[in-house]
Design a protein around this ligand. Structure first.
Ligand code: SF4
Length: 304
């Protein structure tokens, strides 16, 4: 994830020793993640033995903290031995929802309202007879959910060339995994239009991108432009965290870390301005821990 090929003009040192350390003006927990954690913590105080279908959000620190409250992660319904199951913030497909209902489990639904609205858009496209293309990672739980809601004539792709050889119907709908980059979605849509245009009669594009993600991407890019090093804090299994690192990487040396312990002092050598951003599922404590470590390194005898 590191790009060291581009040199940056020197930047004014900040207040932390020789090194300016600056947080992006928008970073960390989004409202959807805060909401999901609030719901599950409040449920955990009321009910014992809650299980979540996959991690409630993609961050190990959050999952570990919930585990201390008795909330356990399971990977499939066959592992359910409790009465209460929580649906994670990135949602599930309707087929899974039906299976949960058939088992008469108590359900705590933490699906983010933005994801819910993308699911609704997918469902409507499918019901209106569109073949639905989801711009996203086919293995990500949110995308699996969107595909499920869209019906049977569906495809998830990150590369527009994947649609080239498909025999698609005349009506095609395109939407995005909520945490994809807006530039990536624009490029994907443009290429799909170029590929499909002679064959398709009706093309419907729904912008399902999350504004929270967009704001974090824009703030990270602005900061990367004036930094000599970017540290992205968050889970490696978090799509939006990885996207932040991918966006900054072509601009400046960038490292994705989950905890402060992963900071390598060599990264800071000769750097005068370090930028920090964090994914939407990264807790405030993890960001503060990274800030404190960088400040202590900047003030220490590390020849920075
Ligand atoms: S990043 Fe957006 S879609 Fe994802 S949980 Fe947060 S608010 Fe919801």
């Amino acid at each position: 994830m590191a790009n060291t090929s581009q040199s940056k003009p020197p930047v004014e040192a900040g207040t932390h020793g020789q090194v300016g350390i600056e947080k992006a003006h928008k970073l960390g927990f989004c409202f959807g993640v805060r909401r999901a954690i609030r719901i599950i913590e409040s449920a955990a105080r009321e009910h014992k033995g809650i299980v979540t279908l996959g991690p409630i959000v993609h961050n190990q620190l959050v999952v570990a903290r919930l585990a201390e409250m008795g909330v356990k992660v399971i990977e499939g319904l066959d592992q359910v031995q409790h009465e209460t199951i929580a649906i994670p913030s990135h949602g599930i497909p309707p087929q899974l929802q039906t299976q949960i209902e058939a088992r008469q489990l108590r359900v705590i639904d933490t699906t983010c309202p933005i994801v819910r609205s993308a699911q609704e858009a997918a469902r409507k496209l499918g019901e209106d007879g569109f073949c639905v293309i989801v711009f996203g990672d086919a293995h990500h739980p949110e995308v699996k959910g969107l595909l499920g809601w869209a019906g049977t004539n569906v495809l998830a792709a990150m590369d527009a060339s994947e649609v080239a050889n498909l025999s698609l119907p005349h009506r095609v709908g395109i939407l995005a995994q909520t945490t994809q980059s807006y530039l990536g979605f624009i490029e994907f849509v443009s290429r799909v239009i170029t590929i499909l245009w002679p064959r398709v009669r009706e093309l419907r594009i729904i912008n399902t991108l999350c504004q929270e993600t967009l704001k974090r991407q824009q703030a990270a890019l602005e900061l990367a432009e004036r930094s000599e090093l970017m540290i992205v804090v968050g889970g490696r299994n978090s799509a939006n965290t990885r996207r932040l690192a991918e966006a900054c990487s072509p601009i400046v040396e960038t490292h994705l870390i989950e905890t402060a312990a992963e900071i390598d002092t060599h990264w800071l050598a000769g750097k005068k301005h370090v930028g920090i951003t964090a994914g939407a599922s990264t807790p405030d404590e993890a960001i503060e821990e990274v800030m404190l470590k960088l400040e202590s390194l900047a003030g220490g005898d590390y020849n920075l």
